[in-house]
Design a protein around this ligand. Sequence first.
Ligand code: PLP
Length: 391
Amino acid sequence: MLKTTAAMDRLGTESAFMVLARANQLAQSGRHVINLGIGQPDFPTPPHIVEAGIKALRDGHHGYTPANGIVPLREAVAADLHKRHGVEVDPDHVVVVPGGKPTMFFAMLMFGEPGAEIMYPNPGFPIYESMINFTGAKAVPIALKEDKDFSFSADEVLAQITPNTRLIIINSPANPTGGVTPREEIDMFVAGLEAFPHVAILSDEIYSQMLYDGREHVSLLQYPSIRDRLIMLDGWSKTYAMTGWRMGYAVWPEQLVDHVTRLAVNDHSCVNAATQHAGIAALTGPEEAVLDMLAQFDRRRSIIVDGLNQIDGITCRDAAGAFYAFPNITGTGMSSRDFQDRLLDEKAVATVAGTSFGHLGEGYVRFSYANSEANILEALERVQNFVTAYP
Ligand SMILES: Cc1ncc(COP(=O)(O)O)c(C=O)c1O
């Protein structure tokens, strides 16, 4: 028997990938599976971005690049952040990594250890809690509640800070709830942080461009008082339908840039060069494809939220961001996990139980609306039949 570290026993996972595997198994057995489980756009990467990647390969970009990313890419990121958030960012503070996840991984490795406390949204992206546990730090949940439209409460977060708190993770627009934290709440949060200069902030803004109902994105980069301890994570995966290219970035504070670059060198050396060139095309090229994708997400959002609200036992808030609906299913009498498993096995509709995003997700199920309108309508009918048939 091999002996691995105790940390390995504490490492969790992302159940959406398990649901995906089960959904694929069912599809292979001939069932028409509708996948509302996985969190990735169902659109292809826009063609001008694909072409830029191919051209980079043809042009001979086959070698290592600097660990933090090529200069024109980091400059394009800084220009994009200026355009979208009105902020100045030094391209040397931008570190490009293989996806959104490595930034979390590195932040957690930097701040997590036994005795330290890290706060994270619950329900939230499962990797936060998993990685905090891995490091041996104490995972302190920030409860996101339905009656606040799953926005965090600044007062509640600030009240939980202790001398051991090292890092606070926030995520707006949020996975799995689609919740968007309003500017006033973020103002209060940042103002309160001034009393706690020992605390770093990881703001996961990967859904920063996926907002509806005219809602604006509030980037934590817009608050000068915390810029020296803010890690702002964003990337290409969701906005440009590039999940499989594996590229993301964060803006790091000056005092952590060297740390994260060393972690990158130890871990993966660099993001592959052709993908970085595709990333420049994404940031500097035409925006129509992205706008069209967002318009389609917005339409599907209305269809799924309205449809879910018409099913007895289910109520669903009108989430303003990302591409997830997070309905309350307690009225059906099922647990989240039962709902997920039985809906997949009996009706071939893949969703993810709220509890996959933390214990406070009990009573909810995540429906990703990254699927066609026709499939969403068909899925809603199947959910209706499923719930009606439940004793
Ligand atoms: C909140 C959040 N952050 C980060 C990520 C990771 O993105 P990537 O696929 O770029 O690693 C996801 C992916 O689902 C997410 O939902």
